[in-house]
Design a protein around this ligand. Structure first.
Ligand SMILES: Nc1nc2c(ncn2[C@@H]2O[C@H](COP(=O)(O)OP(=O)(O)OP(=O)(O)O)[C@@H](O)[C@H]2O)c(=O)[nH]1
Ligand SMILES: [Mg+2]
Ligand SMILES: [Zn+2]
Length: 300
């Protein structure tokens, strides 16, 4: 009996390139398919590698292959996955609208926890306020994070060497120029971008879903909706401390094994602080995040 061509391609393996709430676009060898998910339990995220069974013009996602990374944020009540299998996070900021350096740090902490590479993109270098914005990133640069300053509107190619070989998730507040960067680097993308509101000093949340754009066989960019907050409820004390990369050389060396690094005698992080190896603002952020998590846990 001859096999129908459809059956040869059934099931198909593919990559989720767009995720709406319960609808997905999967890139497969047979082209892009609009897909739904079988059952309610299967969690599917942009970037997932999946098995799809064709159904009519579209398909049904039957299986999600193991992920190399899963970047997500979570508060006490729920966690929200942003993208799967990204190898790198690029946090995009700009002088206007203004950005929160703490949000940048939180994004980078989440990336560190997943073992992802990361960098900061300071976009809109054409704006005169850029020097001031760069100064607000000095701490992160001192710690060792790469800061690439560019203007997506005039020349984004500066970023290409950092992207090569990576699937890079672009994240950040609304209006920073994530989608403009995607359009600059991926001319076929044709993604909508939106002017920010000067009155509100904020973007208008133009991008509403996550979308993967392929730049080459092993290079891709994932555009995501603007973030207003980034809770790290899923990081316990130890994971949180490890996510602060400059703490790592000192961890495990405090007098008490369960040291909270909050002024206990013999705290190695305190000694590193006194020696200037750790910035006080970073230890303070660690304490803030620890406290937020504990308070939330008590509320439950
Ligand atoms: N001056 C200047 N403006 C830029 C640059 N890049 C982007 N913009 C503008 O910034 C505004 C926001 O750009 P978007 O690309 O929509 O921002 P986004 O980060 O994708 O925003 P959301 O989708 O809402 O998260 C638009 O008006 C862009 O034209 C740049 O390099 N220079
Ligand atoms: Mg956008
Ligand atoms: Zn300690």
């Amino acid at each position: 009996m001859e096999t129908a061509p459809d059956d040869i391609l059934n099931p198909l393996s593919g990559e989720v390139v767009a995720a709406f709430s319960r609808r997905f676009i999967v890139a497969t060898p047979a082209g892009e398919l609009a897909c739904q998910v079988r059952g309610r339990r299967l969690q599917v995220v942009c970037g997932d590698r999946v098995e799809v069974r064709r159904a009519g013009d579209g398909g049904v996602i039957e299986r999600v292959f193991p992920r190399t990374t899963l970047l997500y944020r979570s508060d006490a009540f729920r966690s929200k996955a942003i993208a799967a299998n990204a190898s790198q996070v690029a946090v995009v900021v700009a002088a206007c609208p203004s950005f929160s350096p703490e949000l940048v740090q939180r994004c980078l902490l989440a990336a560190e926890e997943q073992g992802m590479a990361s960098l900061i993109v300071l976009n809109k270098a054409d704006l005169p306020e850029t020097a001031g914005a760069r100064a607000r990133l000095d701490l992160m640069a001192r710690i060792g994070y790469r800061v690439v300053t560019l203007s997506a509107q005039s020349d984004a190619t500066l970023l290409l060497p950092c992207l090569q070989g990576h699937t890079t998730l672009l994240i950040g507040q609304s209006g920073m120029g994530k989608s403009t960067l995607v359009n600059a680097l991926c001319p076929d993308a044709g993604v909508a971008t939106g002017a920010y509101s000067e009155a509100l000093d904020s973007g208008r949340h133009t991008t509403t879903h996550t979308r993967l754009h392929r730049l080459g066989p092993d290079t891709a960019l994932i555009d995501s909706p603007g973030l207003q907050e980034f809770a790290l409820q899923h990081l316990d004390d130890a994971a949180l401390a490890r996510a602060f990369i400059e703490f790592r050389p000192f961890l495990g060396q405090c007098r008490f094994r369960d040291c909270r690094h909050a002024g206990e005698p013999g705290c190695r992080l305190d000694a590193a602080l006194a020696a200037g190896d750790i910035d006080p603002a970073r230890l303070k952020l660690y304490q803030t995040l620890r406290r937020l998590r504990q308070n939330a846990a008590q509320r439950l």
